[in-house]
Design a protein around this ligand. Structure first.
Ligand code: NAD
Length: 250
C-alpha cells in the first residue's frame, strides 16, 4: 500500500523536542523525507536518527540556534539549494512563564525571535520553492495561549498570536499556488516545555479550565498535523485547529 507522504519532503524545526521527534517519526513512517532542524538535545537527535535509519527515507539534520538571525541565514542558504520542499512545520518554540510586569526586553526578543521571526523567514524562503512547484502544506505550531490569553505568559501568547496572523496571510498568498497554510493551537501537552508548569499551580488551573479535565497528548498533536498535510483534506487553509480540550469554553 502506498504510504500517504511517499515522495514528499518536509522541513521540521524544533526536531529534538517533544512534538518535533514524534512528528518526524510519524511523517517518516508515512514515507516522507525529512530536513530536521534542532538546537540542543544531541542525545535525543541521535536516538531519533537511529530510528529514522530503520525506515526507508532520506533525511538531513541541521543544528542551528534560530534565536539568532545569523543562524537563520545559515538555514536559508541551505533551503535556497533545494528544488523541492513540500511540507513545512514551524514547530521550534520557547516559553518563559513570567508575570506581565516583569517581562524584560531580552526575554521578549528571545521569544519573538524563536517563535515568530524564525518561522517568518523560513516560511518566506520555503514559500518560493513551493510556489515554483505549485504545491505546499505549511503548519504553524501556535498555542492555546494565543486564543485564551494565558495571563502568565504574555510575550509567548503574543508571539503565538502572531503566528496565527502569519498563517492567515500565507494562506492568502499561497492559495493561487496550491499552498495551504494552517495553524494548530494545542493546550497543555506534557513535554519538556511544560514540565514545570504541569507540576505547579498552572497545571491544575489549566485542567480546571478544560472541558475534558485533562492535559493533551502528543499523539493528539501529531494526528492533527498529519490530517492537515497528508492529503486527506485539501480545502482547509488559513485556519486554526484548537486542541485545548475545550479550555477556553470551560
Ligand atoms: P520542547 O521544548 O520539547 O521542544 C521545543 C523545540 O524547539 C526543541 O527541539 C528545541 O531545541 C527547539 N528550540 C528551542 N529554542 C530554539 C532555538 N533557539 N533554535 C532552534 N531550535 C530551538 O517543546 P514542545 O512542547 O515539543 O513544543 C513544540 C512547539 O509546540 C513549540 O513551538 C511550543 O510553543 C508549542 N506548543 C507546545 C505546547 C505544549 O503543551 N507542549 C502547547 C502549545 C504549543
Amino acid at each position: 500500500m502506498k504510504k500517504k507522504l511517499q515522495g514528499k519532503i518536509a522541513l521540521i524545526t524544533g526536531a529534538s523536542g517533544g512534538f518535533g521527534k514524534s512528528l518526524a517519526l510519524s511523517l517518516a513512517k508515512e514515507g516522507c523525507d525529512l530536513i530536521l532542524i534542532y538546537k540542543r538535545n544531541i542525545e535525543q537527535m541521535r536516538i531519533l536518527e537511529k530510528k529514522l535509519k530503520l525506515l526507508e527515507i532520506k533525511f538531513d539534520i541541521i543544528k542551528a540556534d534560530v534565536s539568532k538571525m545569523s543562524q537563520i541565514t545559515k538555514i536559508l542558504k541551505y533551503i535556497r539549494k533545494k528544488k523541492k520542499i513540500d511540507i513545512l512545520i514551524n514547530n521550534a518554540g520557547i516559553n518563559k512563564v513570567t508575570d506581565f510586569e516583569k517581562i524584560n526586553s531580552k526575554d521578549w526578543d528571545n521569544i519573538m525571535n524563536v517563535n515568530l521571526k524564525s518561522a517568518f523567514f523560513l516560511t518566506q524562503e520555503v514559500f518560493k520553492i513551493m510556489k515554483k512547484n505549485k504545491f505546499g502544506r505549511i503548519v504553524n505550531i501556535s498555542s492555546g495561549a494565543a486564543l485564551y490569553h494565558g495571563p502568565r505568559t504574555a510575550h509567548y501568547a503574543i508571539s503565538k498570536a502572531g503566528l496565527i496572523s502569519m498563517t492567515k496571510l500565507i494562506a492568502r498568498f499561497g492559495a493561487p499556488y496550491n499552498i495551504l497554510c494552517n495553524a494548530i493551537a494545542p493546550g497543555i501537552i506534557e513535554t519538556n516545555l511544560t514540565k514545570k508548569e504541569i507540576r505547579g499551580s498552572g497545571g491544575k488551573n489549566y485542567i480546571d479550565m478544560t472541558l475534558l479535565k485533562r492535559f493533551g497528548r502528543i499523539s493528539d498533536v501529531v494526528s492533527s498535523v498529519l490530517f492537515l498535510i497528508s492529503g486527506d483534506q485539501n480545502y482547509m487553509t488559513g485556519d486554526v485547529m484548537n486542541i485545548t480540550g475545550g479550555a477556553y469554553l470551560g
